[in-house]
Design a protein around this ligand. Structure first.
Ligand code: GLU
Length: 270
């Protein structure tokens, strides 16, 4: 059994972070087939006895796909308005997908301030616990229509790490549009190698080229590595998988697909 397979099998509480590029196609439209496939996989995990919280990006991307002519508007009010529109589209996809198995979804939209106020943080935690206990799938995003640059969490990689610690999850899974961490840019070098296990993030950062963000998301490799570091501090592993590959979660759990695991210095499993 692969290490990723083992971790996914043993984990009861799973946070799945889904990036904007995983949810949209190359033209910026919602990749409905992929959203459905991810939802179906989450349903299988739930049926196998796991609890799943989703942190989903995609409000901005879905908003632009809905009102295309606003795509060129760079002013903040339009960008925030697009997120307000896109968040509804996004939730409709999730609601429809989970609804096929009569599973309800609950939307939670958060800002950075929510995490600096202990009362609010406690209420968020209680809401997540209540939803999950009642077999509802929480779907969390940043409240992009409220947050402006100065008060933004900024990327859902950090938000997902905060959710992991708040809910005391067993594992954080990033579904992104890359297969894992490479020592070099795989687009530019044929001999780029995937790093399957990371135990020391500082030495990883000394040895790889970290650059760029993806076209729709605000994060990138750097924010994933920092989010992994954050959960690793609590001995919680993080796994990076290619979210565009069909059945990736199930295949990774069966040891049939690879990705990168961040264990941190303290080994949680093994
Ligand atoms: N909250 C943003 C959205 O839903 C995405 C942030 C991110 O890509 O990390 O569009």
């Amino acid at each position: 059994m692969s290490a990723i397979g083992e971790i996914l099998k043993e984990s009861k509480k799973v946070v799945v972070k889904i990036g904007s590029n995983v949810l949209s196609d190359e033209n910026g439209f919602v990749d409905k087939d992929n959203v459905r496939n991810i939802v179906e996989q989450v349903i299988e995990l739930i049926e196998a006895g796991k609890q799943v919280v989703i942190v989903s990006s995609g409000a901005g991307a879905c908003g632009m796909a809905t009102i295309h002519k606003w795509a060129r508007r760079k002013d903040i009010n339009y960008r925030q308005a697009l997120c307000a529109i896109g968040q509804v589209e996004l939730m409709m996809e999730y609601k429809e997908g989970f609804g096929k198995k009569d599973i309800h979804v609950g939307q939670i939209l958060l800002t950075k301030e929510d995490f600096s106020d202990p009362d609010r943080t406690l209420r968020i935690r209680n809401t997540i616990y209540t939803l999950v206990d009642e077999n509802v799938v929480p779907i969390i995003n940043e409240n992009d229509s409220v947050a402006v640059d100065e008060i933004k969490i900024g990327d859902n990689d950090s938000l997902s790490a905060q959710v992991v610690t708040l809910w005391d999850a067993d594992v954080l899974v990033f579904l992104s549009n890359i297969e894992g961490i490479y020592d070099k840019d795989p687009g530019a070098s044929d001999d780029a190698k995937m790093i399957e296990e990371v135990r020391d993030i500082d030495s990883l950062l000394d040895n790889i080229e970290v650059k760029g963000t993806s076209s729709f998301g605000t994060g990138g490799i750097a924010t994933k590595i920092e989010a992994a570091r954050r959960v690793n501090e609590y001995s919680i592993p993080a796994i990076l998988l290619h979210g565009k590959k069909k059945d990736i979660l199930l295949k990774a759990m069966a040891g049939e697909e690879k990705g990168t695991i961040f264990y941190g210095k303290e080994v949680a499993f093994k």
